[in-house]
Design a protein around this ligand. Structure first.
Ligand SMILES: NC(=O)c1ccc[n+]([C@@H]2O[C@H](COP(=O)([O-])OP(=O)(O)OC[C@H]3O[C@@H](n4cnc5c(N)ncnc54)[C@H](OP(=O)(O)O)[C@@H]3O)[C@@H](O)[C@H]2O)c1
Length: 262
């Protein structure tokens, strides 16, 4: 399948690590021009080196996407460098879990500021450039916790369900302009952040984190948790020209764990 991504211009938020970094590399392998953005400069520089080595053209903007000014600066720098924007993958995330009975309000607010507001703000900023070309693709990395709440994951669940609502509403607003907006809802995925979150639980239980991750995977029909490259492959399809009739929806990538229909 020809994804027709050669020379297309992308922003990947959270592109320095984990799922975002895998998305940036997958786009680079297809010959795309990719801006990665996150806060930590050395990690961004590493990601740019990998993007260039993979056949793309990379550059990085260090930014805190909870800040509206930083979001605007990222988009302006990308437009100055690439001359426009064709694709946005939002993958920046940092929400922490915690028991709902003792959860500080700030923890919920932090999750919402970065994912719900940050994803929407970045979408609002890039859409005018996509409208100019009457073509664009936006993918939000949400998460299966959005529709499967539990008592220790409410900050993630609230941010993710907000992202799903924005996905649908944005899609309705811009699909007529040739801009397709979708979300991916990964289940537990093998990134450092997932390990850190599970480590806290492992410490609480006095157990080994590897055993916990293995058990989480064994409880799924897939028999294992996801690899970030698997999420990136689907994101790459969703931002490509090959994706022409999928929009306003969420792709669940949870190893068959979800019972809800659809
Ligand atoms: N891994 C999972 O199990 C899983 C499951 C479902 C959904 N997800 C979702 O997938 C997305 C990526 O998760 P991941 O596991 O790949 O996480 P990760 O490896 O920790 O990567 C998160 C990225 O977001 C960036 N980031 C964090 N706070 C930021 C801020 N304030 N401004 C700008 N960038 C920021 C990080 O860089 P800096 O820290 O340097 O800023 C990093 O590049 C998240 O939205 C997460 O909720 C993950």
């Amino acid at each position: 399948m020809d994804l027709k991504l050669q020379g297309k211009r992308a922003i990947v938020t959270g592109g320095s690590r984990g799922i975002g970094r895998c998305c940036a590399l997958a786009l680079a392998r297809e010959g795309a021009r990719v801006c990665v953005t996150a806060r930590n400069r050395p990690l961004l520089d590493e990601a740019v080196r990998d993007i260039n080595a993979a056949g793309g053209e990379g550059f990085a903007v260090a930014a805190d996407l909870t800040s509206p000014d930083d979001c605007l600066r990222v988009v302006q720098e990308v437009v100055d460098t690439f001359g426009g924007i064709d694709m946005l993958i939002n993958s920046a995330g940092a929400a922490r879990g915690g028991d709902i009975l003792a959860l500080p309000t700030e923890q919920i607010e932090d999750g919402m500021a970065l994912k719900a507001h940050g994803y929407l703000r970045m979408s609002q900023l890039v859409i005018p450039y996509m409208q100019k070309n009457r073509w664009g693709r936006i993918v939000h990395i949400a998460g299966s916790a959005g529709t499967s709440p539990d008592r220790v994951n409410i900050p993630l669940s609230l941010a993710n369900i907000a992202v799903l609502n924005c996905t649908r509403a944005l899609s309705d607003a811009v699909s007529g302009d040739g801009i397709l907006v979708n979300a991916i809802c990964p289940g537990l995925t093998n990134t450092q952040r997932a390990r850190d979150v599970q480590q806290a639980e492992a410490d609480r239980q006095g157990r080994d984190v590897e055993a916990l991750l293995r058990e989480a995977g064994e409880g799924l029909p897939a028999g294992r948790i996801a690899e970030p490259e698997e999420i990136a492959d689907v994101a790459t399809f969703l931002v490509s020209e090959a994706c022409s009739y999928v929009f306003g929806t969420a792709v669940y990538m949870d190893g068959g764990g979800r019972r809800g229909i659809p």
